[in-house]
Design a binder for this molecule. Structure first.
Ligand SMILES: [Zn+2]
Length: 721
């Protein structure tokens, strides 16, 4: 109720009109270092009034375009539209980034309040017939307007986006579209909120030392610290569903019962028929998305979403997935049988279950490569890894990073770094926020508190943020990362570089297609474990000694270890995401193709028939590809945030799609004989990192590489050849 009150109160507020606003930081110019958000003075009660004023202001800007008496031109229509909504962007960027990284009950309520308002505001612009008339007029005469290539692209992209948002539909369909958008937005939001609540709700509490068998000391200590945070579990050991807790537990615990328990809890997040259950949300989402896509003239959501990306159509996605799937599952089966051999040799007397996989996989790695994850961790002190990433960035692009002390912070542990170009000029800043907490959603991501833009011909520098859930420091020991976490850090920093180096004139050309966006991130992963890079950053946290050559050699040799599992679980989730969102006819056709191979299961598969229920749909989808029961998809439906909350819907495949690009792009460096080749790096910066979406994505790639990529480097890279 309190927020309803605020909302109504804010209705009357226009920027600069009422003294009460003076206390709202969103209505002020920020005088903080690099104009980062003044986090310490932003309070929850500031958001709704700022959003409300931002929407009113943008609506007024749109009205001004419509009321313009001069005939439609690039300057008075397309450009004004591109520059509209600055206040709204200012508050949105801060609110949504914080709502992911550091949320609380109040912010989640605000997000629910905002959802229908934001849907309506976007639709009021996208479906405004008078505005569209002017855009269409500019679009129709674009060839006579003497536009430069950037202006031309902005005109065509703006027009295309309006069409994709329903501007060309008749009013009745537009009315229906508005309802669909409002419902979809709210369902997506609810899905994520349920997941956070359910993830935080679970604890595995251990009160006897014997049950800790196999766990490394550091992990036990962190579990004890977690237990001590709550009076109910004081003196006990607590494991959670957050990655730094559950992952090492699954990898090292010798207690199969407990592993089964925590695995089942993780596996059934939002599938417990309680208030946080996501099954009916998924059901509604798929239905509403399909209806929306059809309203816009596509036969499925996947067709709609992918039409605008590099893949162009769902069949191309399946083609790539199928190409990688067969070698991946074959490799996974080899891994499975090697692990079963260990169990049998030890007279275990059981068949390996899904919850045994991480433990025996680690075990096998130790046997084959004499490599112990715990033995590498002391060399992956988080601070050293950060220095290593800065080193790689500097070697490639000549850019430097320095810490900004006394910067405003939204949480005590976050740090801020300024990024300077080779000539010392300011490029932007990046926040780093590393460890789990209840207010942070799972996983790792890169976002921004202010995207790069141009105002009055001047570049506005971005405020980028990296948020992760890395292993925390404990008992005087620094945070020591697993090799997966190191890779993730390099990955997210690749996104950050894409954000920091971006130099795009028009906001409407800032974003790249979903299946291109992982190129800048994934290419950074290639440098993470190169011996000459490890030698720079992988130093023992106690002795400062550089990682021994013999360990580097082992890391190199084992770099493709476990790819059968990793690739299989990832691809399985890609198929699931696609299957939910494609037309039933396409699934049916795929089923026919595979008829001989999977005749038995094909019969049981009723493609896209969600009447059967979400879990059944998922099971059938997985049977269809021949997934083995020991490997669950990387995300099951009820906690598949990528697919269900909007960002990567019918787009989880983007990682493998972009991997075709990044594997081939990294070859460009290797072909020169120098992984830091300056000329190649300069080209990568100029053609891939700086232009954002100001050119077609494949054209950008061709500009950099000179030819289209093939799939060979990817297979090679994953050891699946
Ligand atoms: Zn990424």
């Amino acid at each position: 109720m309190r927020f309803m009150f605020l909302f109504f109160l804010s209705m009357g507020l226009l920027p600069g009109s009422v003294s009460a606003q003076k206390s709202n930081p969103f209505f002020e110019e920020w005088t903080t270092p690099f104009q980062v958000p003044p986090f310490e003075t932003i309070r929850n009660e500031h958001y709704l009034p700022a959003f409300q004023a931002g929407m009113l202001k943008q609506q007024a800007e749109i009205d001004a375009i419509i009321n313009e008496t001069a005939p439609p031109s690039f300057d008075n229509t397309i450009l004004v539209l591109d520059q509209s909504g600055r206040l709204l962007r200012k508050v949105s960027a801060v609110f949504y980034a914080l709502n992911s990284a550091n949320t609380n009950k109040e912010m989640q309520d605000i997000a629910r309040q905002l959802s229908p308002l934001s849907s309506k505001h976007s639709d009021d612009i996208d479906l405004n017939p008078n505005l569209f008339k002017r855009i269409q007029a500019v679009y129709d005469q674009k060839d006579q307007l003497n536009l430069d290539p950037q202006q031309m692209r902005l005109v065509t992209e703006t027009y295309k986006n309006f069409i994709r948002s329903g501007a060309g539909l008749d009013p009745e369909k537009q009315e229906r579209l508005r309802k669909l958008n409002t419902q979809i937005d709210m369902l997506q939001l609810t899905f994520g909120q349920n997941l956070l609540a359910e993830t935080n709700a679970y604890k595995l509490v251990i009160d006897d030392k014997a049950s800790l068998a196999g766990l490394p000391d550091d992990i036990i200590r962190i579990a004890a610290e977690t237990g001590n945070q709550d009076n109910l579990t004081k003196g006990k050991w607590v494991f959670t569903l957050q990655n730094p807790s559950i992952t090492p537990f699954m990898q090292s615990s010798e207690n199969r019962n407990l592993k089964e328990q925590i695995f089942i809890a993780s596996h059934n997040r939002c599938n417990n028929n309680n208030e946080q259950d996501n099954k009916s949300i998924i059901q509604q989402l798929i239905q509403l998305r399909t209806e929306k896509a059809m309203l816009l003239g596509y036969q499925s959501w996947a067709d709609f979403a992918i039409a605008d990306r590099m893949a162009r159509q769902p069949a191309n996605v399946y083609k790539l997935l199928d190409q990688v799937w067969k070698p991946a599952i074959r490799q996974a089966e080899v891994e499975l049988s090697s692990m079963q051999q260990i169990i049998d040799k030890e007279d275990g007397g059981f068949q390996l279950e899904a919850y045994d996989w991480p433990f025996y996989s680690e075990n096998l790695k130790k046997q084959v490569y004499a490599l112990d994850e715990e033995a590498i961790k002391p060399y992956f002190n988080l601070e050293n890894v950060r220095k290593g990433i800065f080193y790689v960035s500097e070697k490639l692009y000549g850019i430097t990073f320095s810490e900004v002390k006394n910067a405003p912070k939204y949480f005590k542990d976050v740090t801020l770094y300024e990024c300077k170009d080779v000539d010392g000029s300011h490029l932007g800043v990046v926040y780093l926020d590393f460890h789990p907490r209840a207010g942070k959603r799972g996983g790792a991501w890169c976002g921004s508190y202010r995207p790069q833009s141009y105002v009055n011909g001047k570049r506005v520098a971005p405020v980028v943020t990296i948020v992760t859930n890395f292993s925390p420091p404990s008992a005087g020991k620094p945070a020591l990362l697993s090799s997966d976490e190191v890779e993730t850090f390099f990955h997210e920093f690749g996104h950050a570089l894409h954000g920091l180096l971006k130099n795009v004139k028009y906001s409407g050309l800032s974003t790249v297609p979903r299946d291109f966006v992982e190129l800048p991130s994934q290419i950074m992963e290639h440098w993470a474990f190169e011996p000459e890079v490890l030698n720079v950053y992988a130093k023992h946290y106690e002795t400062g000694k550089v990682i021994p050559a013999e360990l580097v050699e082992k890391i190199k040799k084992s770099s493709n270890y476990g790819q059968g599992f990793k690739t299989t679980e990832y691809l399985a989730a890609c198929y699931l995401d696609m299957d939910y969102h494609v037309a039933p006819q396409l699934l049916e056709a795929r089923k026919q193709q595979e008829a001989t191979a999977v005749a038995a299961v094909a019969e049981a598969t009723q493609a896209n028939n969600l009447d059967m229920g979400i879990i059944e749909f998922e099971e059938n989808s997985m049977k269809q590809i021949g997934l083995i029961p020991q490997i669950p998809p990387r995300y099951r439906s009820t906690y598949f945030q990528h697919s269900m909350t909007g960002g990567y819907t019918a787009g989880y495949y983007s990682y493998i799609w972009a991997e075709v690009l990044d594997a081939d792009a990294y070859e460009a460096f290797k072909e020169t004989g120098n992984i830091f080749d300056k000329e190649t790096a300069a080209k990568f910066r100029r053609y891939i990192l700086e232009p954002g979406g100001s050119k077609d994505a494949m054209q950008l790639y061709l500009d950099f590489r000179g030819h289209e990529p093939g799939i060979e480097p990817l297979l090679q890279n994953r050891g699946l050849k």
